[in-house]
Design a protein around this ligand. Sequence first.
Ligand SMILES: [Zn+2]
Ligand SMILES: [Zn+2]
Length: 99
Amino acid sequence: MARKRSLEQTHGGFHTGAVPSTSTPTACPACGETPAVAKGEKRHQVLEAHLEQHKPGTPCAREHRRDAAPAWRLDFDAIVRGNPNIWFCSECGFFAPVG
Ligand SMILES: [Zn+2]
Ligand SMILES: [Zn+2]
């Protein structure tokens, strides 16, 4: 009998899921803003939604081993560390510089 796989996504050893945690910062590491958290909302989810605006508009231009379209993924570890480079390429792991 096959066990159900966890929905938590990991890719190449990177954490890609938002982790509810007391260490989740309230301020955006990229712009320093503190998005308001409404009642019933989770702090890390509000921050994750805010961070979408910092996602690079163009896909990673580096060479990839696979033909799959690269996607930008959030590194919540970087957020917790206050690192402004939070979006990494799903194919090569390259972090996009946040401008
Ligand atoms: Zn921001
Ligand atoms: Zn890439």
